[in-house]
Ligand binder design. Sequence first.
Ligand code: ADP
Length: 989
Amino acid sequence: MFAQELVLKQRTEILHALCSSGSAEHLERVLDVLLAQGELIWEEYQNIQVPGRALYNKARQLLDVVYTKGVNTCALFLAALKQVLPDAQEANLSLSGYCLNLEGKEENQSTSTQTLLAHRPSLVSRLQGCINGTLQTLVETGHFTSADCDEVKLPIHTPTQQARCLLDHVRAKGESAAAVVLQYIEQTQESGSSLNQERLTPSKEFQTYQKKLSSSVSAQSCFLSTYGGTSHMSLDDIYTEGQLELAHACTDVHGPLNLEDIVGTAGTVNKEADTVLLSGEAGSGKSTLLQRLHLLWARGAALQDFHLLFPFSCRRLNSEQRELSVQELLFQHCCWPDREQEEIFQFILDHPHLILFTFDGLDELKQGFSDEQRLCCPIQRAPVHVLLFNLIQGSLMKGVIKVVTSRPEAVGPTLKKHLRKEVLLKGFSPSGIDCFVRKHHSDSSVAAKVLQSLQTNTALLGLCHSPVLCWIVSQCHKELLGCGEGSPQTITDVYLMILQHFFQHQSPLKSTKRLGWLQENLQTVLHLGQLAFEGIETTCYVFSAKDLESCGVIEKDIGMGFLIQSRDMSFTDSIRYEFFHVTMQCFFAALYLVLSSTTDRSAISKLFELKDMRETSLSSVCFSACLASKDQNEAASEEDPTATEIPNLQITATFVSGLLSNRHQGLWLHCCSSSITEKKVRQVARCLSKGMQQHFKSIPQPVPGEKKSMHAMPGFVWLIKCIYEMQESRIAKEAMSKLEVDHLKLTYCNIGPVECTALAYVLQHLRNPVGLQLDNNSVGDVGVEQLLPCMHICNSLYLRNNNITDEGIRKLIAKGIQCENFCKIALFNNNLTDACTQHFAALLKNKQDFLSLRLGNNNITAEGAKQLAEGLKVNRSLKHLGLWGNRIGDAGAEALANALENSESLLWLSLVGNGVGSAGACALAKIIRNSTSLEELWLTENCITKTGVECLIQALQHNTHVKSVWLRNNGLSLEEVEEMTQREPRLIF
Ligand code: ADP
């Protein structure tokens, strides 16, 4: 097959191979080769590398250019692909036989600029080690300004991108700059000095310490602690990739991040700062991910730029009472150097960029982050939290990268301003769940059964996006597969399942009658519950023998598996315990609140009044009143409460709601007085209703002419989740009866499938239809399915940037067609392809009141546009159609034009950035000519030339209601633009 056909035939696979990693590196290396070979001219290169353009779009443009250039360019392109792609990716493409000589062409190198171009691929790699030196030389010789240097060294650039950017700038500066660069590289190569970063030969003592530290880190990280109470599971066997994303959109990073990107430069927002925040909900896998990083480092499999890695757990640092210096903190809490402590510490001070600190669970530190107390001296002693805060803000050990994990709710603006970047851990993807379950069960038939049962219970499948819940569900597979109808629906159901599982696991013979298991183990639950409850109240997650004793926890209770031995690297002889996960501690605290008869009567309402507590800074004092047995003075003298406590209190409250649900009343029958339980149920219902009212009160009155809109405040989604846990539609109905808004905005609210289930459960009771705006969350296909029960109440659904695929759309539209109110949808920036357009066509055919369809920045081609046209042809209502940033090309534009030519409803059409040329524009002119409704046509960033614009001008002469046709960034010269604007002022260039 000819190279040209191969490029066309394998287009999808090539795009995938070039872009699926999310990194631009493969594409840019191919571009280097094509430039070096003279197959791409500079202008073509610049047209592809438009700043801010999505990676896939750049790759598509390259493919278009290569294809149009013919068979030779295609052959060279395939050869370049073969060289650039890793073996595995290359194996999925047919590239054999394309191995050309990829060295630069000698005959093209009469000037230095040409030499730079012809040797671009090797120069990019050679420059990486000496960017600074080259920049300095360019500045000294007057070729570069400091602004040029800043641009090259932008933190979002990877080292290879810095090298490319430098070469591109040099080219723009001319021949003399190019000569300086060549000369500099030649010299440094000869002396061998700076091409690779400084070479260090650490002392023998240092190397011994390095070994000791890595074997200690390896030992600490090779097993997963959740399994401690039941079985050992090595991290290697069970580790499953979670979904990592940057918290701030970054034009240069597309697609998922990998583990090493956490400490890499990708997505840096503040290059002065050293601290990377890894944030995620409880159980999303933050500790496990750090554990994985530690293990890979200790084994020499990752992060090898760092000579030393010091891991810390904030929950363990809580128990450090002494004042320490940084040196003592490192050596006493991580690894003690047997000799030459001073020399080793000096090495650390001298080479901060070779050192990495990790702090797990900043939200579990007793003290909330503050940057008020400054400390600069690494040998000065201070309380551990002061050290930690100074390390994070960089006044101590500047230059050492610190990775800190926390739950998002616990991160305030003071901490945010010291962050280099924030990375979000969003739990498992659907394929991650599949992978985890298969790893968990060595028996593949059991894994298949668990997965099948998850498919039939999508609420539970949604919960499994949280790794800790996925673990519980896998662990309790026997209970899960045996329970048929009563399969768990809520988080509380899942935790009750593991409670029962652990009890029955420890004493399988004793468990006799149904529901008896709780009664049998009531004392254990109360002891552990009290321990958990007091711990939550005092921000204590690691318990001494004395703590256990004071709550009556005995050996038998420990043996149940909920408590595990704390892995503490510091010098403490006594064994300490912690709950295997913080959510388990919250669950026991909730059990205690429900079962105990000694807690204060107002304990429950105080638990739900978190918001007030935060505002009045009284949480410790309020919450301590819950505990009748607690010494009030002691509690009141605790540190001031901080936002760090809120997440645990919220989780506890969510469990309290779930445990007091009608469905679980049977469990408490023989464990506590039913009149007290009923009272608690009423209290919870009252608190939830009151909490909701407070949110509704905050809704501002609409500006006249605008819709009444509510932007969810923090805590709104939590209340919704509590209501869902109760599983009582009466409460949901009551809560929603007073909400009167036209638009409900829940953007950037961390909404995943679990939250979608709860939202749909509650929102379906709204009295009037709303616009539901869920942009920039992690809804995904599973979440979309969860939202279906509330579709009938949504008139508009905004799901921009939510990782939704064609499969999610299939289900959404099947339901949407049946919903009378549903008339607008926005799906910008998801993963949609041509396969979804048939569903939209069906929607348009079946709903003659549908108003707005926005599908920008997806992967829709001419085929998709043709399918869509089938629906548009018969639809009489659509007003807005947005297809910005797809690839429908001329053929797609023609299909749409034929379908919309006589439209009497369409007001606004956007085909920005779709590879539409003059043929497409001439076809679209038919809509202008014939449609009686169109007002705006957006054709910016296409490749329309004069011929196409002529057609548009002629059509506009017959039309007075079109207000503007946008044509910026098309293939027209300045003179043409000027002339045409004069002829038709409605054309906007
Ligand atoms: P977090 O620190 O966010 O609260 P953890 O890392 O403690 O969450 O995860 C809780 C549990 O979930 C772990 O003990 C483990 O059983 C499971 N888990 C989390 N992440 C992963 C992962 N990437 N692979 C396998 N299991 C995981």
